[in-house]
Ligand binder design. Sequence first.
Ligand SMILES: Nc1ncnc2c1ncn2[C@@H]1O[C@H](COP(=O)(O)OP(=O)(O)OP(=O)(O)O)[C@@H](O)[C@H]1O
Length: 307
Amino acid sequence: MSAHAISVTGLTKRFGDKTVVDRVSLDVRKGEILGFLGPNGSGKTTTIRMMCGLLEPDEGNGTVLGQDIRRDRRAIKRRVGYMTQRFSFYEDLTIAENLDFVAGLYGMAPKAQVVRDTLQDLGLTSRRDQLAGSLSGGWKQRLALAACIMHKPDLLMLDEPTAGVDPKARREFWDEIHRLAQGGLTVLVSTHYMDEAERCHRIAYISYGQLIAQGTVAEVLQGAGLTTMIVSGDAVSAAAQALRGAPGVDQIAPFGASLHVVGQDAAALESSVNQVARQTGCTAAMAETSLEDVFIQLMGQTRDNMR
Ligand SMILES: Nc1ncnc2c1ncn2[C@@H]1O[C@H](COP(=O)(O)OP(=O)(O)OP(=O)(O)O)[C@@H](O)[C@H]1O
C-alpha cells in the first residue's frame, strides 16, 4: 500500500477556453493535514472536486486512497468526506434529526448507533435536540463536520470550513481536525486564514490554477527568499511614499503605526529602507517574513507571468 492518500500528477481542467487548473501535481501522505491556499478563483475548489471523484480532469492522472481518479470515481466518493463551502442543513430539524437524515440517505446501519456515535465523537450529544437553525456559526460548522465523517471516510476534503467563524470556534474546529488526523484520517483543507495555514503539517499554494509553492510553512517561507523590514516613527506615511518604487522594495504594507517593507533583493531593500528612514527620521529594523508576505509576493509574481 502506498503511504500517500493522494498522489496526482498534471491535473488540468478547462472551462471553455479558460484553464482553471493547470498541471497540478500533489502528494499527500496518510494522516497528514495539508492546507490548500490561494486567492479567490485560483482553482482550489475545482482541484478538490477532481480529487473527490466529482469532476473528471481533462488531463492528468493519479490515485486517491489507492483508487484511480478517472476509473474509480465511485469508490473514491464513498471513502471521502467532502465539506463544501456552502453546506446546508434543515434548519427546522434538530442536530440529531439532521444526522439521522444523512445516515438514512446513505444507508448507514445501524442508523441509530451511527448517529449516537457521531454525536458522541464530535461532542454534540448535549446539544442533540437543538434546532440546527438556532446554532451559532461554530456549532453549525461542527454539525457539518459530523455529517461528513459519519460514514467513517479515510480522507476529508474541507473547502473553507471556517469562513466567517469567530477565532475561538475556529481554534476548536482545528483542534478537532488534529484529533481526527491523529486517528489516521488524512485532511486536505482550503483556507484563507494564515493562522490556519500554520496549523497544517504542509501547505500548497495555488495561483491562477498553478501550484506554485508547497512544503512545510518553514520551507515555504525559506523558499520565497524574502527579506522584511519594519519602519516606524511619526513620518511613516512620508516614508511609505518615498519607498514606493524604490530599488528592492516589492511590497509596502502599513501595520498600525509601522510599515512592513518586503523584497527579494535583500541588499537593495536594506539600502532603500535605510536611506528613506534617515530622510524621514524613522527607524528601520529587520523583521521576520510572514506567510502572508510570501503569498502576496507569489500572487504578484504569477500575475506578472500571466501578462
Ligand atoms: N463549472 C464551471 N464553469 C465555468 N467556470 C467555472 C466552473 N467552476 C469554476 N469555474 C471558474 O473557475 C475558476 C476557479 O474556481 P474555483 O472555485 O475552483 O476557485 P477557488 O480557488 O476555489 O476560489 P474561492 O477561494 O473563491 O473559493 C473561477 O474563475 C471560476 O469562476
